[in-house]
Design a protein around this ligand. Structure first.
Ligand SMILES: Cc1cc2nc3c(=O)[nH]c(=O)nc-3n(C[C@H](O)[C@H](O)[C@H](O)COP(=O)(O)OP(=O)(O)OC[C@H]3O[C@@H](n4cnc5c(N)ncnc54)[C@H](O)[C@@H]3O)c2cc1C
Length: 404
């Protein structure tokens, strides 16, 4: 068992690692360059999305991660927002219907509780949706979190277990001795030493690791979000629109798949695809999203064309929300690898990389638990072989569309 650990990055992965490692009795220091949940974990709309998780590690960790929230609700010292009202992907075009029929059938075979629901059922769950919606795939196990509240509760949990947390401290370099990582240097000139360093820096990982001669192929995908002021509760599940289907290999591999039925002219022209989505938080705030693109560096600015495409989508598919008052807009950068499975491995003695989580809401807290088991020299409770560092991964090419 390692006696001391430095965890770099306070998103879902780092905060969870700090919490579970401190609970094991390890001396933990968490270092975050800005403030907790500054990265993707503070900027996502909170889908705990089992619906489209590929069989294998992705689905297994998501099922385990979904169940872990029940434990965290009991164990963490402060509450977080979690709602279990399912999730759906609706469709509006006759050409899309056979694809959804095949999708639901395939998902049931994978062991997911999934159904195809009709117009009336969709409209009961999603009040403001267009009246001519044809149906939806519905997964009762999907849920929603207010992600920054989860990160905050994990950090408070780590503090309560004796961890030290430094916010506003940027790690710039690893310190190594005799082929082993033994600490880090920070931008303010400080150093921190420990038995092991865990890099949980999401979309920042590739650059930080390259500066230390470690090749970590973790890409950057920017997504933009619009939030309204609180509105009366009218949407229960988390909701994806049909354009989202083409992002997922699970849809693209179906015999009935026809991309022409799932892409707009604008998406074709600009190469910026939409992860069309709507969700409503417990306080009534609505979240609309998300155009996607692939910047060369972490870029958290919003763009006129990106936000316009979201608003056009909302006006078209949610006429009941055309007058909704906008409160704020933001962008976040999602990390990914070419096979859509994160890297979670000890890449050299004393250095664990835990990064590249595309669906961190279901896999992030569970990753922290697994890393804490590695730090205690126990066999992790899940098979981690898909996540090893040395597997073949394609290089990251800025601008190139990726499918999940
Ligand atoms: C708009 C958007 C929508 C999304 N929607 C969903 C969704 O609905 N469901 C889902 O499961 N996932 C979703 N995701 C993905 C999800 O947010 C990520 O999988 C998850 O947040 C990754 O967590 P992380 O801890 O690895 O990274 P992050 O949350 O990005 O945390 C990394 C942290 O490291 C810090 N850091 C970086 N470099 C340094 C350094 N040198 N020194 C110190 N600290 C550093 C950063 O400031 C940051 O706080 C979405 C992402 C975005 C952006």
């Amino acid at each position: 068992m390692r006696e001391s650990v430095l965890v770099v990055g306070s998103g879902l992965v780092g905060a969870s690692t700090a919490y579970f490692a401190a609970r094991e009795g390890i001396n933990v220091t968490l270092l975050e360059q800005e403030e907790r949940a500054y990265g993707a974990s503070g900027r996502n709309p909170g889908f705990v999305w089992l619906h489209c998780r590929n069989p294998g590690w992705a689905l297994d960790v998501s099922l385990a991660g979904r169940a872990l929230y029940d434990e965290l609700k009991e164990d963490l010292p402060v509450p977080f927002e979690f709602r279990a009202e399912g999730g759906l992907i609706y469709f509006t075009d006759e050409r899309q219907a056979p694809v959804f029929e095949q999708f639901v059938e395939a998902r049931r075979k994978d062991g997911l509780e999934m159904s195809l629901i009709d117009n009336a059922e969709v409209r009961k769950l999603v009040g403001p949706i267009r009246k001519d919606v044809l149906g939806a795939s519905f997964c009762a196990s999907d849920a929603q979190i207010k992600t920054p509240t989860v990160v905050n509760a994990l950090v408070e949990g780590a503090l309560a277990e004796g961890a030290t947390v430094h916010e506003g401290v940027e790690v710039t370099r690893l310190i190594a001795s005799d082929g082993r990582v033994i600490g880090v240097e920070t931008a303010d000139g400080g150093t921190h030493m420990a038995d092991t360093v865990v890099i949980a820096t999401g979309a920042w990982t590739e650059k930080l690791m390259a500066a230390n001669d470690v090749d970590a192929r973790v890409g950057r995908e920017r997504l933009q979000v619009i939030a309204t002021k609180p509105l009366p509760r009218q949407i229960k599940p988390v909701v994806y629109g049909p354009l989202t289907a083409k992002q997922y290999a699970l849809f693209r591999h179906l015999p009935a798949w026809d991309e022409n039925a799932f892409i707009t002219e604008e998406e074709r022209r600009t190469g910026s695809w939409q992860l069309s989505l709507v969700a409503q938080r417990a306080d009534g705030e609505m979240l609309f999203g998300c155009p996607m693109d692939y910047p060369a560096d972490v870029d958290m600015t919003t763009s006129v064309s990106g936000l316009r495409s979201v608003l056009q989508y909302i006006e078209r598919d949610f006429p009941g929300l055309a007058g909704a008052p906008i409160d704020r807009v933001w962008a976040g950068v999602l990390p990914f690898t070419s096979d859509m499975v994160p890297i979670v491995d000890e890449v050299m003695p004393g250095l664990i990389v835990a990064a590249g989580h595309v669906f961190g809401n279901s896999s992030g807290p569970m990753t922290g638990k697994l890393v804490s088991q590695m730090l205690c020299d126990r066999t992790p409770e899940m098979d981690m072989s898909e996540l090893r560092y040395n597997r073949p991964l394609d290089p990251i090419v800025p601008g190139r569309i990726v499918h999940w």
